[in-house]
Design a protein around this ligand. Structure first.
Ligand SMILES: [Zn+2]
Length: 225
């Protein structure tokens, strides 16, 4: 019974994250005419792509991460729309940039996972934007998506904290779940934005402790703030 309910929940979630495109061919950001409803030329020119990969280092542990573009201009707008306005068209556009990154950089994996939200935060927003991105990517590239982490309640929101405070605040916030599905797997950890990298770092560290063989982090955007 529990399994069946979970399956229905998955189907509902998939429905929430996927998008039915409207007939109208307009840019989702500025609403000018755009063939097939994707970003117009002007809005896509306001995206500054990231090239290559980066290293996230803390306490002598390294993780490799990739970001599709810098957190500015149209990219920032797409993320804010996905996060705060339930705009899943923006989510699909972001996912497509991330899919291109996976293909261009040839990032191999067995499963996709995502940075979790606390139950309280999830209840408030109704969906996890990182999970939405992971589901879009997984569906397109035919990669299984597994929930591998849970976020423990009562950590403060990272917004408004300085660099050092962010690392401290998030340090013990994540715990591995579904451990039996992780052993020796290559994983891509999906998040919307990487800033200091503290969140992604501690998620990746937990996964590593949980028996994962290789982790690459992929975010839609990279913020230098
Ligand atoms: Zn536009």
């Amino acid at each position: 019974m529990g399994k069946r309910i979970n399956k229905y929940l998955d189907l509902i979630k998939e429905g929430i994250c996927s998008v039915v495109y409207s007939e109208e061919a307009e840019c989702p950001i500025c609403k000018v005419y755009s063939q097939d409803g994707t970003l117009c030329e002007k809005c896509s020119s306001r995206i500054k792509l990231c090239y290559n990969s980066y290293i996230l280092n803390h306490n002598n542990i390294d993780f490799k991460y990739y970001s599709a573009a810098y957190y500015a201009g149209t990219m920032k707008e797409l993320i804010l729309r996905l996060k705060y306005k339930s705009d899943f068209v923006s989510g699909e556009i972001l996912s497509n940039y991330m899919i291109s990154k996976i293909i261009e950089e040839n990032i191999c994996c067995d499963i996709l996972t995502y940075v979790p939200m606390s139950r309280k935060a999830l209840r408030k927003r109704g969906y996890n934007q990182s999970e939405c991105l992971a589901r879009n990517i997984g569906k397109e590239l035919n990669i299984p998506i597994i929930r591998t982490l849970k976020k423990i309640e009562n950590t403060q929101d990272q917004i408004g904290l300085n660099g050092e405070e962010r690392w401290q605040n998030i340090k013990d916030s994540f715990k591995v779940i579904n451990k039996q599905k992780l052993n020796n797997k290559k994983i891509i950890l999906i998040d919307d934005v990487i800033t200091t990298g503290a969140t992604a770092f501690y998620c990746a560290r937990e996964l590593l402790k949980g028996g994962v063989r290789e982790i690459n982090i992929l975010t839609a955007a990279k913020s230098n703030v």
